[in-house]
Design a protein around this ligand. Structure first.
Ligand code: NAP
Length: 239
């Protein structure tokens, strides 16, 4: 039987690339995002392989009914990938941007993960995939709330993994460094940049192997050890 995946945030970047590759691999995909035109085009391109719904994850109360309806149309799901997330350069500590990052990366993320956990608990099987970042390892002058939100995502997924283990529900944390996506065009000081196509392939491998955590690229596994042990003052210089 064909596997079915729900991808929250499938209208660009990693989520969009995962949508293409999973459909190519034979999955049925249910995708969400705010951009209806992109979802519409995907549905036209993939007909009975792609189901969709539009919603803003800030609208917490709409998550449960909207996703329940989408999953019903798909006759169930096996995997839920949370690929939403926003990044923001907040040198001036604007509250508006902090708030948006927290609503998207913390509140919205948790609402989806919680929904998925309850859905999979009913079936005693499933797989939840969340996307953190290497930024989770330290504070940052310009990305205070973004880095904090990624630390939250990692710790949340870690706890969820323990909670759901005995129910045959797997939890994978994806930890990318820098990916080649349009919104990072012109961004300086990016190390070991990975094309988004390659990143999606690595994520799919990690899903198939039910890995607890995967670094994109693999060399960031070593990078992450270094980030954990180097003195704070040196980290600041690397920014
Ligand atoms: N790109 C990188 O180098 C990199 C590195 C480390 C970690 N990450 C993480 O990987 C994840 C995906 O990143 P990406 O680069 O693929 O980002 P992206 O291209 O901006 O895609 C984000 C997706 O999330 C959706 N989204 C954002 N805000 C939303 C909201 N309020 N309601 C509903 N959907 C929303 C977007 O859909 P709409 O625009 O249609 O709403 C889009 O589909 C993020 O968590 C990011 O922090 C990325």
């Amino acid at each position: 039987m064909k596997k079915k995946a729900l991808i929250i945030g499938c209208t660009s970047g990693i989520g969009l690339e995962l949508t293409y590759q999973m459909i190519e691999d034979g999955y049925i995909v249910g995708g969400t995002g705010k951009r209806e035109n992109v979802l519409h085009d995907l549905a036209a391109e993939f007909k009975d392989k792609f189901y969709w719904c539009v919603f803003n994850i800030h609208d917490i109360n709409s998550i449960k009914p909207t996703l329940t309806h989408l999953i019903k149309k798909m006759h169930g799901i096996d995997i839920c990938i949370i690929a939403t997330g926003i990044f923001g350069d907040n040198e001036n500590l604007q509250w508006g941007l902090d708030e948006k990052i927290i609503y998207t990366n913390v509140l919205g993320f948790t609402a989806i993960a919680n929904f998925a956990a309850h859905y999979f608990l009913k079936n005693d099987s499933g797989h939840i995939v969340g996307i953190s970042s290497l930024n989770k390892y330290s504070g940052s002058v310009n990305h205070t709330s973004f880095n904090a939100s990624k630390a939250y995502i990692s710790i949340y997924l870690d706890g969820l993994r323990f909670r759901l283990k005995k129910h045959n529900i797997h939890v994978t944390e994806v930890c990318p460094g820098f990916l080649k996506v349009p919104h990072f065009d012109g961004f300086k000081s990016m190390l070991w940049v990975v094309p988004v196509r390659k990143a999606a392939r690595e994520i799919l491998k990690a899903i198939e192997r039910k890995k607890k955590i995967t670094y994109i690229s693999k060399r960031w596994l070593i990078g992450s050890w270094i980030l954990r042990v180097i003195p704070h003052v040196l980290k600041k210089r690397l920014e």
